[in-house]
Each structure stands twice: as structure tokens, then as C-alpha cells.
Design a protein around this ligand. Structure first.
Ligand SMILES: NC(=O)C1=CN([C@@H]2O[C@H](COP(=O)(O)OP(=O)(O)OC[C@H]3O[C@@H](n4cnc5c(N)ncnc54)[C@H](OP(=O)(O)O)[C@@H]3O)[C@@H](O)[C@H]2O)C=CC1
Ligand SMILES: O=C(O)[C@@H]1CCC=N1
Length: 272
């Protein structure tokens, strides 16, 4: 794998920004010294500074020295950040990647200038361990820049290029989605405790069972119902438990939650 030769700035190094930085280093896409991390309260980044990352509170200065700039603040924090960096932006040099939910490429180029190249990306926190599902979309970036962004995110998981109008849906299904599956694993472990296991062993069993389910689908390229049919013996205990869950709205609640998250994801940003 060819290492990236330039500099990466991650503006807004909170949960997803730090996960991305760690993932890129773990994947050997870049060295810590090539990655600048900003936030207002940089004392919270001291352990990352110790690991060799460049740490700063000066967004404009960091942008001036960067090639790829990742916008990773909350949607409601973005306009202020864009105002800060506008004077440092060089459209001929910079590629912007925005992970901010509900903010379009056009929203960003309206603030930074029409020539600016923007790619939206929607990863999830498994990016820290190279297991993200990342969706990317653009309305303006060149083919070469999009290819580099896709190459970058492919080092830390799977990538699907989508139309920008599906970005809030991708946010709900993949970025929020990891929390939904984590809660499902937690709930399974709580069931395990009720039927006799200690919490730590119940959690370990639930985690490996979930991993096996996901790997079955990935490796066999099969449909979930095909795999479920292999588990549900006639008159057996699996179909009894599964139907009880469905009577209580298991699939329906996941579907409704994902739909609500998608609506909310589309309403997180105020343009002015
Ligand atoms: N968390 C997730 O799983 C995912 C999040 N996203 C998106 O990523 C973005 C960040 O989310 P998340 O990481 O959860 O949020 P966090 O609150 O954890 O991170 C945001 C960070 O931005 C920093 N910040 C705020 N204002 C500025 C500024 N002006 N300059 C520099 N840093 C600033 C904050 O630190 P300080 O207060 O010290 O400045 C904070 O650390 C959001 O837009 C979200 O929609 C996308 C995909 C997944
Ligand atoms: O909850 C949120 O708003 C962010 C966006 C996707 C994941 N976390």
C-alpha cells in the first residue's frame, strides 16, 4: 500500500476525528507526524501529541499547511469553523472531506468559495480499527481527488460511493447504525445474564455470536433469512424466541429507529 505523501488536517478532533486519525495510522496510510489534529481545548489531545500527532488550536494555520482537510466538528459548530479558515483556503491545493451530518458539499463551497473541492464522507467509529462502513459522495471534486479519498477510506474499512441525496440515509444506516448493533449486543448479553451467565461471559458470548453472524453474511454472500432458516429447527427453540421478538416489534423498531435517525440527520445543520 502506497503511503500518502502529503499532510492531513483533522479540524475538530473529537470522537470521529480521533477514530479516523488512529485508523489511518494503524492502516499505515500516514504517519502521525503527517496528521494535524485541532480542537479548541487541546489539553484533551495531549496523549495524541505524545504519539507524534501534530496538535493545534489554530485551524487557519493548520489548513495553510495541509493537503487534505477533514471537517469533523458538529454541524452546529461548522459555520464558525468555516469562517475561521476561509482566508487560508487554496482551491488549487486543498481537498476538503466533510464528515458533518446533514451538511451538503454545496453548503461548504458556498462558504469557502465555488472552486473548492469537497467530498462528503460518512464513516462510523469502527474506522479506528479498520472496520468502518464509509459512504462517500461529491458534487464537485475531481476524479483524481475522489479516487484518493476513496483510497484513504478503503485503508480503514469498506467504501461505497453514493449519490449525495442519499447521504443522510447513509448516516442513519451506517454511522448511527453501529450504535444500534452495539445496543442489540448489549441487550442479548443482558438476556444471557437472566438465564444464568455472569455479565462478562454473557457479553463475550454475545459479541462473538454477533461477529459470527456478520462474518457469515460477508463470507458466504448469503441473505440473512437463508442463514436464519438454517438455525430455526421445526418446533424448535430458535423460532419460538425469534417470533416472540417479532411479536414485540423487533424488526419494526429497528426500521422505525433508522427512519427517525435519517430524518434527524437531515435537520442537524442550520445554514446561517
Ligand atoms: N461520532 C460518530 O460516530 C460520527 C460523527 N459524524 C459527524 O462528525 C462530526 C463530529 O462528531 P463527533 O466526533 O461525534 O463530535 P465530538 O463532539 O466528539 O467532536 C467534535 C470536536 O470538535 C471540536 N471543535 C468544536 N469547535 C471547534 C473549532 N472551532 N475548531 C476546532 N475544533 C472544534 C470539539 O472540541 P473542543 O470543544 O475542544 O473544540 C470536539 O472535540 C459531526 O458533524 C457528526 O455528525 C459522522 C460520522 C460518525
Ligand atoms: O449522532 C450523531 O449525530 C452522529 C452522526 C452519525 C453518528 N453520530
Amino acid at each position: 500500500m502506497n503511503q500518502f505523501k502529503g499532510s492531513i488536517a483533522i479540524l475538530g478532533s473529537g470522537n470521529i476525528g480521533i477514530s479516523l486519525a488512529k485508523g489511518l495510522v494503524k492502516a499505515n496510510y500516514a504517519q502521525p507526524r503527517q496528521i494535524s489534529l485541532t480542537r479548541r481545548n487541546i489539553s484533551n489531545l495531549s496523549s495524541l501529541a505524545d504519539q507524534g500527532f501534530v496538535v493545534s488550536a489554530d485551524n487557519a494555520a493548520v489548513v495553510a499547511g495541509a493537503d487534505i482537510i477533514v471537517l469533523a466538528v458538529l454541524p452546529q459548530q461548522l459555520n464558525h469553523l468555516l469562517d475561521q479558515i476561509r482566508p487560508s483556503v487554496d482551491p488549487a491545493k486543498h481537498v476538503f472531506i466533510s464528515v458533518a451530518s446533514g451538511v451538503s458539499c454545496a453548503d461548504i463551497s458556498n462558504k469557502l468559495g465555488e472552486q473548492v473541492q469537497v467530498v462528503r464522507a460518512m464513516p462510523n467509529t469502527a474506522i479506528a480499527i479498520g472496520q468502518s462502513m464509509t459512504c462517500v459522495a461529491t458534487d464537485s471534486a475531481s476524479k483524481e481527488n475522489v479516487e484518493e479519498v476513496i483510497r484513504m477510506f478503503e485503508t480503514v474499512g469498506s467504501v461505497v460511493k453514493i449519490n449525495e441525496d442519499l447521504m443522510t440515509s447513509a448516516t442513519a444506516l451506517c454511522a448511527c447504525g453501529i450504535a444500534f448493533f452495539l445496543r442489540a449486543i448489549r441487550a442479548a448479553s443482558q438476556g444471557g445474564v437472566e438465564i444464568g451467565f455472569h455479565a462478562d461471559e454473557a457479553l463475550k458470548m454475545a459479541v462473538q455470536t454477533a461477529k459470527g453472524a456478520a462474518d457469515l453474511l460477508l463470507q458466504m454472500q448469503s441473505h440473512p433469512e437463508q442463514e436464519i432458516d438454517k438455525v430455526t429447527s421445526p418446533k424448535g427453540c430458535t423460532i419460538a424466541g425469534l417470533n416472540e421478538m417479532e411479536h414485540n416489534g423487533f424488526s419494526s423498531s429497528l426500521i422505525k429507529g433508522i427512519k427517525l435517525s435519517a430524518i434527524k440527520a437531515g435537520a442537524l445543520y442550520t445554514k446561517e
